[in-house]
Design a protein around this ligand. Structure first.
Ligand code: PEP
Length: 250
């Protein structure tokens, strides 16, 4: 049987304030009681070293929110996967819907980024998800299937990988899909992976993301084929982030 340790990843997005270091310290301390769950914090890139310092020696992982697909060079404003590796990150999120929307990132770009993350020995967290219009048109599974095919080619499936299903309309909105809607998407993702690489796909963790909070975490994390959560807003407060992690079935 494949054992997939639950991963709770905190995407801090473009948020940082005077209390942020203290929140990192609180997560670090709280994680001692949560050894059955893996935790990661994804701060804005400029604060990565500071967070890495605070997490040194703890089980809480550092993660990036994005990277360029090239290893170095004339790419103003970007950071490479190798740079994330150098500051001690374990994961890099790629293909978040905010990157896809704000920066016009295509599935091909997302695949190139994921490959660059794996090339330096880190694990990409590749995000997929439908818009509200796509869901209302009954196209959710088709959209997710295409994103998976094109953002996660077989070469990427061969190496450490996490996938996150994040309905665009659930991110930051307080809305979540029904349990059955999440079950349907995660089952279709698992089936798609199994169809492509029966011996490799089973190890891939499938996260759910979109308005996960302490009050809904237990229900969401107990759903079949939900192997963790990608958490935005609720990851900024250590107490909420830890409460979500504590709600995971262990
Ligand atoms: C996200 O942006 O990855 C996310 C899930 O955000 P939120 O939890 O705030 O909906």
């Amino acid at each position: 049987m494949t054992v997939r340790k639950i991963l709770i990843a905190g995407n801090w997005k473009m948020n940082w304030g005077p209390g942020s270091v203290a929140e990192v310290d609180l997560v670090r301390r709280g994680a001692d009681d949560l050894s059955g769950v893996e935790l990661s914090i994804h701060p804005p890139a400029v604060f990565a070293c500071k967070v890495a310092e605070r997490l040194a020696g703890s089980a809480v992982r550092l993660g990036g929110q994005d990277c360029h697909w090239e290893p170095s060079g004339a790419r103003t404003g970007d950071v490479s996967a190798g740079m994330w590796a150098e500051v001690g990150a374990a994961f890099v999120i790629v293909g978040h819907s905010e990157r896809r929307a704000d920066h016009g990132e295509s599935n091909a770009v997302v695949a190139a980024k994921a490959a660059s993350v794996q090339a330096v020995g880190l694990t990409p967290i590749v995000c997929v998800g439908e818009t509200l219009a796509e869901r209302q048109d009954g196209r959710t599974l088709e959209v997710i299937g295409r994103q998976l095919d094109e953002s996660v080619p077989d070469s990427i499936l061969n190496q450490p990988l996490v996938l996150a299903y994040e309905p665009v309309w659930a991110i930051g909105s307080g809305l979540t899909p029904t349990p059955q809607q999440i079950i349907d998407v995660h089952a279709s993702m698992r089936a798609a992976l199994a169809g492509r690489a029966a011996d490799l796909g089973p190890g891939v963790r499938l996260l759910y993301g979109g308005s996960v909070k302490p009050s809904n975490a237990a229900e969401l994390l107990a759903l079949p084929e939900v192997n963790g959560a990608l958490v935005g807003g609720a990851s900024l407060k250590a107490a909420d982030f830890l409460a979500i992690a504590a709600a995971a079935p262990m």
